[in-house]
Design a protein around this ligand. Structure first.
Ligand SMILES: Cc1cc2nc3c(=O)[nH]c(=O)nc-3n(C[C@H](O)[C@H](O)[C@H](O)COP(=O)(O)OP(=O)(O)OC[C@H]3O[C@@H](n4cnc5c(N)ncnc54)[C@H](O)[C@@H]3O)c2cc1C
Length: 424
């Protein structure tokens, strides 16, 4: 019976006309399939059994992170290898499997990657070499990274950041003040990568990203949020109170920043388009996380519908239930295709002329919300209690229409891209 993508690929290979040479394939390659299976097994054997406990505890699941570090899933090398895949598909494959295991634990394992993306995106090679390994540490001494842009008054509108960094030329130091809101791993991370304003009059073009090294005075955790979902992932405010860092902590360096600010003051075009493109490129990964949660709920609901008997027959024999499942599966597969297309485009340098990165995150995120809701409906009362994971998946799914740009912001990006008009 065809059960997995690997089985499907084997079956397809067996039935394909042998002599057809086609330079196009939708199959995963051997390396991708092996990685998919390895991560899936970890998700099934280690993450799933722990998911309920850490959701209830609303705490970072350190023992699971340690386990992941031991086998190599929580490490810089793992992220690097996944990112190196020339097709761009490995990151979404890995993310889908980990989030299939559990979204809160999945984010605890992958949250450091946000800091890494910030360092790699803006930093020099020396900064990457110095700071990225410190976002993971070692299996013996686990470390974490956090990436903070959002503030209490700057969520979707990142141009209105209030936190400031001021340069002291005599000491070659920057002093940061302000409050970051909603930061994954905020305050518990060893390395914080924070985007703050260095020249507020320039809006988002006056922003710069800083690494705040472990143990820096003046950085503290504010409130820890009590969340609706992904509760095993730590989310908190980060407060900066005269937090002073050496000049080398400015990502990209002072010379590059000065040149960029000078261009912005003259009203010349800047790299802000490139920054948007980078942001677009990370969205398919978030889309793949949503696919993982949706798939978990769909699989559970399918099994349940085959087993649950009412009126003398399994409930799946009712078209109204079977059609729900058909729609759920169709939306999940469509989401995955959008995710993989966008990931491939980003990796191979195809321009996102229609906001394809946003499309993938938008569709997959909204699919996760709909599919987990339908799964709960199929389970009836059992979908409403903590005894089954569907209740948790339904809470977790909502995050995908909020973080890394809300659904409305994704629609804005797509609408602007397809119309060429600055839709508001
Ligand atoms: C669990 C969690 C983890 C997070 N992790 C991080 C992190 O690690 N780092 C980080 O920097 N941030 C993080 N965030 C912040 C997240 O990115 C923001 O919550 C998100 O960008 C939305 O901002 P906001 O909450 O201020 O909502 P707002 O921007 O206030 O939006 C409120 C509503 O208005 C809508 N809206 C706003 N502007 C427009 C517009 N122009 N057109 C149409 N509708 C609009 C929005 O879509 C939304 O529905 C996290 C958030 C959560 C909940």
């Amino acid at each position: 019976m065809v059960q997995t993508e690997a089985d499907a690929a084997t079956a397809a290979a067996a039935t394909a006309p042998a002599a057809t040479a086609v330079n196009f394939s939708m199959e995963l390659n051997d390396e991708q399939r092996q990685m998919q299976k390895w991560v899936h097994d970890f998700a099934k054997d280690v993450i799933r059994p722990a998911a309920h406990e850490w959701d209830e505890r609303e705490e970072t699941p350190w023992p699971i992170i340690e386990e992941a570090a031991k086998v190599g899933i929580y490490s810089w090398e793992f992220v690097q290898n996944s990112f190196a895949d020339p097709t761009g598909l490995m990151m979404p494959i890995v993310n889908e499997e980990l989030f299939w295991g559990d979204a809160g634990i999945g984010l605890s394992l992958l949250g450091s990657g946000l800091a890494v993306a910030g360092i790699v995106g803006s930093g020099t090679m020396e900064q990457v070499v110095e700071w990225v390994p410190q976002c993971y540490g070692t299996p013996e001494k686990i470390q974490m990274g956090a990436f903070g842009v959002s503030e209490p008054d700057a969520g979707s509108d990142v141009s209105s950041l209030k936190s400031r960094a001021v340069y002291n030329e005599a000491k070659d130091e920057w002093t940061l003040n302000g409050t970051k809101a909603w930061i994954t791993n905020g305050g518990i991370a060893d390395v914080h990568v924070l985007v703050v304003s260095v020249e507020p009059e320039l809006g988002s073009r006056g922003h710069a990203a800083f690494v705040i090294p472990p143990g820096t005075k003046g950085l503290s955790q504010g409130q820890k949020y009590q969340k609706h979902g992904i509760r095993a992932s730590h989310t908190a405010e980060v407060v900066l109170d005269d937090c002073t860092v050496p000049g080398r902590c400015l990502l990209g360096g002072k010379e590059k920043l000065d040149a960029r600010l000078a261009r912005a003051r003259e009203g010349k075009s800047s790299k802000s388009q490139a920054a948007m493109a980078t942001f677009e490129a990370t969205r398919p990964v978030v889309g793949s996380q949503a696919v993982g949660v949706a798939r978990a709920a769909y699989e559970y609901a399918l099994d349940y519908a085959k087993e649950r008997v009412q009126f003398g027959r399994p409930i799946i024999e009712n078209q109204s239930i079977a059609f729900k499942l058909a729609d759920m599966k169709t939306s999940i597969d469509a989401s995955r295709l959008l995710v993989r297309r966008a990931a491939w485009m980003a990796k191979t340098g195809q321009p996102f002329i229609a906001g394809e990165g946003s499309m993938s995150k938008l569709f997959a995120g909204e699919t996760a919300v709909k599919v987990t809701d339908e799964a709960a409906q199929i389970l009836g009362g059992m979908g409403f209690v903590r005894e089954t994971p569907v209740e948790r998946w339904r809470r977790d799914a909502k995050i995908f229409t909020i973080y890394e740009g809300t659904s409305e912001i994704q629609r804005l990006v797509i609408a602007r891209a397809i119309s060429g008009i600055h839709i508001k």
